[in-house]
Design a protein around this ligand. Structure first.
Ligand SMILES: [Cu+2]
Length: 506
C-alpha cells in the first residue's frame, strides 16, 4: 500500500521524494516525444495543440511525432465538463505515478516513490512549494526541471500562490455526485455525458477549486502552461494539484459516508461500453492499461491511500448561520439524494434568463435577469417552509456558453448587489468565482461541440434565501454583477451566451 503525502510536510524543500521526482522529470524530459513514457508524451495525453506547444517551447520541427496509432489511442483524452472528470484523472495520475516510479528505479532510487499532493487550503501552504519555484537544483546549479517560467500566478507577476480567500470547497457539501445537465445542480462530480474531452458543463469540484487553481497558478493574460488543458500536463506542479483534487474526491465520499459514487452502469463501465473511446494509459512496461471508472473507484484496489482525508473545514461563501438555516436533517438529505438518483432531472424549472449575450471587457459588467413571478413565488414558498422536515428548493445561477478567444481570465459573480454598492463590501452576495480553464479551447469552431463554450453553474440558494428573508425577492429581476479579478483585455473577447436562474426541487 502506497501513501500519498502532503508536499509541504515531507521534511524540507528538497526532501527525498521531491528530489527523486525532479530527477525522474529530468530523465523523462530527455526522452523522445514519440516515447509513450516521455514527459511530453504524457502531457499530450491530457491535451495537445501544436501551435500552443511551439509557442511555449515544447515542440520543434525536428521532433519525431508519436505513431498515428499511439496518438489515436492515448492523446487528447482528458475528461472535462463530465462525470468522468474525477475517474479519468485518477487513472491518468495512477499511470503517471507508475511511470515516474519506474524512472526513479532506473536511476537506482527507491522503489516505493509516491506522488505528493499540494493542499493549498492548509494554513501556510497556499504558496507554490519552494522546490517548484526555484530555477536551481539544491546545489545552486540551474536547470531545475520542476521550475517552469510560464507559470505566472494570480497577479501575472510570476509570484505563484493560490489566493485561498478567493477559492472555496463548497462542492464538498453537494449531496449528489451527478449533476443535472438542464440548468439544475452541477453535482460534486459533474453531469452525465459520453466521452467528453471538452464537455459543456463543469461540475462542482471542477469549477471550484480545480479550474481556479489552474488559472491562478498558470496566470490569466496571456496565461501559462497550467492555464490551458492543452499544455497543463507539461507543468510538473499539475500532478500535485490533481493529486489534491483526487484526494478531495475521497474526502467528499467519506464525509459524510452517505456521499456515494454513481451507480449507473454508464458511469461504472465508462464511455467505451457505449462504443466510444476508451480510457487508456501507457505503462512503463510498454503495455497499455485500459480502465473504466468502476476500475478506479476504490483506492484500496489501486493500492494507495492519502495520509489525510479529514474534512478540512470547507470555506463556505455564505455566513454559517444562513447555511444552517437551510440545513435539513441528515436523514432528510439522504432520502432526498436517493430519490434524485432514481429520477435525476425531476423538478428543474427555469425561473428566468437574459435575452441577449453579455460581453465582458475591461472592468465590471452588470446584467439583469428577468424572473417569472409565479415560478419565483414557488421558490419563496419552499424557502419559507425550510425546516427539519422539508428540504427547500435549491436555486442555481447558470452562466451559459461562456466563450473566449485568448488567455484564461477569472471573475467574481455577485447576485443582488445594489447598483451603487461596492462588491468588496458585500461578500455575502458573492455567488462564486470562475476561472476560464478550457474556455479558449471550447470556443474554437472545430472543437468537440463546435465552439459552444463552457457553462458554469453556481449554487445561489443561500443568497436567494437571504433576499427572501429581507423581502427583496419580490422584484421581478435579479441583478448579476461580473467583477473581473483583473481587467479583461479587449482581445480576450469574452462573452456569456445567456445568464439564467433555475430552481430545483429536492
Ligand atoms: Cu486539471
Amino acid at each position: 500500500m502506497h501513501t500519498r503525502k502532503n508536499v509541504w510536510q515531507l521534511g524540507g524543500t528538497w526532501a527525498a521524494p521531491i528530489l527523486w521526482y525532479a530527477r525522474a522529470v529530468e530523465a523523462m524530459k530527455a526522452k523522445k516525444l514519440s516515447d509513450p513514457t516521455s514527459w511530453r508524451f504524457y502531457g499530450g495525453i491530457h491535451g495537445h495543440n501544436a501551435d500552443a506547444w511551439k509557442s511555449f517551447g515544447y515542440l520543434s520541427s525536428s521532433d519525431e511525432q508519436p505513431s498515428q496509432a499511439d496518438r489515436k489511442r492515448y492523446w487528447k483524452q482528458c475528461q472535462h465538463g463530465s462525470w468522468y472528470f474525477l475517474p479519468w484523472h485518477r487513472g491518468y495520475l495512477f499511470a503517471f505515478e507508475a511511470t515516474v516510479r519506474a524512472a526513479i528505479v532506473a536511476l537506482h532510487g527507491p522503489t516505493n516513490w509516491t506522488l505528493p499532493y499540494w493542499n493549498y487550503f492548509k494554513p501556510g501552504q497556499s504558496a507554490l512549494p519552494p522546490a517548484f519555484a526555484s530555477p536551481d537544483w539544491p546545489d545552486g546549479k540551474g536547470n531545475n526541471p520542476l521550475f517552469v517560467t510560464q507559470r505566472y500566478g494570480p497577479n501575472d507577476d510570476g509570484n505563484v500562490f493560490v489566493p485561498v480567500n478567493l477559492v472555496n470547497l463548497n462542492a464538498l457539501n453537494d449531496p449528489d455526485f451527478t449533476g443535472v445537465p438542464s440548468g439544475g445542480g452541477p453535482g460534486f462530480g459533474g453531469v452525465d455525458t459520453g466521452f467528453a474531452h471538452n464537455g459543456a458543463t463543469h461540475g462542482g469540484i471542477e469549477t471550484q477549486p480545480h479550474d481556479m487553481v489552474h488559472v491562478y497558478v498558470g496566470g490569466q493574460q496571456p496565461g501559462g502552461l497550467m492555464s490551458f488543458p492543452d499544455t497543463a500536463g507539461l507543468d510538473p506542479i499539475f500532478w500535485l494539484h490533481h493529486a489534491n483534487i483526487d484526494r478531495l474526491w475521497e474526502v467528499w465520499r467519506k464525509n459524510p459516508p452517505s456521499h456515494v459514487d454513481p451507480s449507473a452502469s454508464d458511469w461504472i463501465k465508462g464511455p467505451a461500453n457505449s462504443g466510444e473511446r476508451k480510457f487508456s494509459m501507457p505503462l512503463p512496461t510498454g503495455k497499455a492499461w485500459d480502465y473504466t471508472p468502476g476500475d478506479v473507484a476504490s483506492l484500496k484496489t489501486l493500492g494507495y491511500k492519502y495520509d489525510d482525508v479529514s474534512a478540512s473545514a470547507p470555506r463556505l461563501l455564505a455566513p454559517a448561520a444562513r447555511m444552517k438555516r437551510l440545513k435539513v436533517s441528515a436523514a432528510v438529505t439522504k432520502k432526498a439524494a436517493k430519490t434524485r438518483r432514481a429520477a435525476p432531472a425531476r423538478n428543474v424549472e427555469l425561473v428566468g434568463a437574459t435575452g441577449a449575450p453579455v460581453k465582458l471587457s475591461g472592468g465590471d459588467t452588470s446584467a439583469s435577469v428577468p424572473l417569472d413571478p409565479p415560478t419565483l413565488r414557488k421558490t419563496a414558498r419552499s424557502l419559507a417552509r425550510a425546516a427539519e422536515t422539508a428540504a427547500p428548493d435549491r436555486v442555481f445561477l447558470n452562466l451559459e456558453n461562456v466563450r473566449a478567444r485568448a488567455g484564461a481570465s477569472a471573475f467574481h459573480v455577485y447576485v443582488g448587489l445594489p447598483a451603487n454598492a461596492k462588491p468588496a463590501d458585500h461578500p455575502d452576495l458573492l455567488a462564486g468565482t470562475i476561472g476560464l480553464f478550457g474556455v479558449r479551447e471550447a470556443s474554437l469552431p472545430d472543437s468537440e461541440h463546435a465552439g459552444r463554450g463552457i457553462t458554469y453553474v453556481l449554487d445561489i440558494t443561500h443568497i436567494v434565501d437571504a433576499l427572501h428573508l429581507e423581502d427583496k425577492l419580490t422584484a421581478e429581476a435579479l441583478d448579476v454583477r461580473i467583477v473581473p479579478v483583473k481587467a479583461i483585455p479587449e482581445e480576450a473577447q469574452i462573452s456569456i451566451g445567456r445568464i439564467s436562474v433555475y430552481r430545483q426541487g429536492r
